[in-house]
Unconditional design. Structure first.
Length: 455
């Protein structure tokens, strides 16, 4: 297995050598990954049976989708000891988050952005690549002065993520602690499910120098900071997973006066890109291929927003991710980024989550992030697909596709009870929770929006 330090040295050398070296690494690794997938995965062996012996151009590969890969899970994985039944049994216990499945894999689940839950395995080689790319991002986004501030306050940090399950951010934090890569003291993990006043109180108590969380949550906290209820002075604020509007970006920076780090990632690629001072996200193109495409999967020219983007990971061996439809709209910068970084620069256009606003019991409004609803429903067994639609300021409609054999009446009773409790905990007034008997609906592009706010 290649070590993290060796991968870091190789990455530095590749960046120094410039775009041609990046392209060479990409071609070599693509050819190796296609060969590996075809040899060890029955699914890819079947899918690639008519392809040339050596593939260096991703456009030759068929497009793959999460729902298709999950339907063929046992054939997709490259380890015959891994089966979907064994993985599902493992993730059914939230207490095992961060443990090594079969003593060799980190398991994460998706947040259900597309309505289909995904199960993903990270082997040791892939984890080494993720660590190397994450350290590269840190080195290229934090200045010596900011790093000194972090060290002076002993890296006291707070991470606001979905807790209590196997979602990526929480699982990686737990695993890193267990492995001794993160200090247990001085690091707080706060739940995205917590009502806003509770988050404010906990942050005021722990006074983090490093604050990270989903962009929508951090935007809410920025409002609390500007109102004077939140009183913290972080040196770094890191925005995870979601896109963020220019308005919210400015608001967050103004509220905290901190060095702002923007990232774009997913379960399929835990280290995908990192932000630069010019407002772009730089993709680790020596280990990843992003193809902006139109609805027919034809290339979208640089400088134009894509319909979706195809992801190829060159460092995931347990579950090869090859020309995978990620469902996000991106814009690829057509020229060199002013910051001087040689890695390709993108902006994400179709991933900014929207807050849901409800009338409060005591007047005014309360805002709740979509992730709180998504992770809540994912914790309830028997749901195959779901969609929450806010049809009025104080009304939500829940569409559920139940799993085979599930008791629909009991399932709906559990869903309604949990949603009412969530709304009440956040201080929302009398919100009607309706059972939508129609199935979840797709967008024209074929994607499911899990949470649809009131316009």
């Amino acid at each position: 297995m290649t070590s993290t330090p060796a991968l870091i040295r190789d990455g530095r050398r590749t960046l120094r050598e410039g775009p041609d070296a990046l392209a060479d690494r990409q071609r070599e690794r693509l050819a190796a990954m296609v060969d590996f997938a075809r040899t060890h995965s029955p699914y890819y062996r079947e899918l690639y049976r008519t392809l040339p012996e050596r593939v260096e151009d991703p456009a030759l590969l068929p497009v793959t989708r999460k729902q298709d890969l999950m339907a063929r899970f046992d054939d997709w994985v490259t380890d015959p000891e891994v089966t979907i039944d064994r993985v599902r049994a493992f993730v059914a216990d939230p207490r095992r988050a961060g443990e090594r499945f079969l003593s060799r894999y980190l398991v994460t689940t998706t947040s259900g952005t597309t309505g289909h839950r995904g199960l993903f395995l990270l082997d040791d080689r892939a984890a080494a690549v993720v660590r190397a790319l994450s350290l590269r991002a840190v080195g290229r986004t934090l200045t010596p002065a900011v790093t000194a501030r972090l060290l002076a306050r002993r890296m006291r940090s707070a991470h606001i993520v979905a807790t209590g399950g196997h979602l990526a951010a929480y699982t990686v934090i737990v695993r890193s602690r267990t492995a001794g890569r993160l200090p247990a003291g001085g690091r707080r993990v706060l739940s995205v499910h917590s009502p806003l006043p509770e988050l404010v109180d906990q942050l005021n108590r722990c006074r983090p120098v490093f604050l990270s969380g989903y962009a929508t949550v951090i935007a809410l906290l920025a409002g609390e900071q500007l109102a004077g209820r939140l009183r913290i002075t972080p040196a770094v604020v890191s925005l995870l997973a979601e896109g963020v509007s220019d308005r919210d970006h400015h608001r967050i920076r103004s509220a905290f006066g901190a060095h702002l780090v923007n990232t774009y990632g997913c379960n399929e690629s835990l280290a995908l890109s990192y932000g630069c001072p010019s407002g772009w996200l730089h993709v680790h193109s020596d280990w990843l291929i992003l193809e902006p495409v139109d609805p027919d999967h034809r290339p979208t020219p640089p400088g134009r927003e894509s319909f979706t983007v195809l992801l190829t990971s060159l460092g995931r061996w347990a579950q090869p991710i090859l020309r995978y439809d990620l469902g996000d709209s991106v814009l690829l910068r057509p020229d060199a980024c002013p910051c001087g970084d040689p890695l390709p620069a993108i902006r994400v256009r179709g991933r900014a989550a929207e807050l849901l606003s409800f009338p409060r019991r005591d007047g005014g409004t309360v805002q709740i992030v979509p992730m709180a609803f998504e992770t809540l429903l994912e914790s309830i067994p028997g749901i195959e697909l779901f969609q929450i639609v806010q049809t009025a300021p104080a009304r939500v409609r829940v569409r559920i596709l139940s799993a085979a054999g599930a008791d629909r009446e009991r399932l709906w009773a559990a869903v309604r009870k949990e949603l009412v409790a969530l709304l009440s905990a956040h201080g929302a007034g009398q919100v009607s929770v309706e059972h939508g008997h129609e199935p979840p609906e797709q967008t024209p592009g074929g994607k499911y929006r899990v949470v649809i706010p009131w316009p």
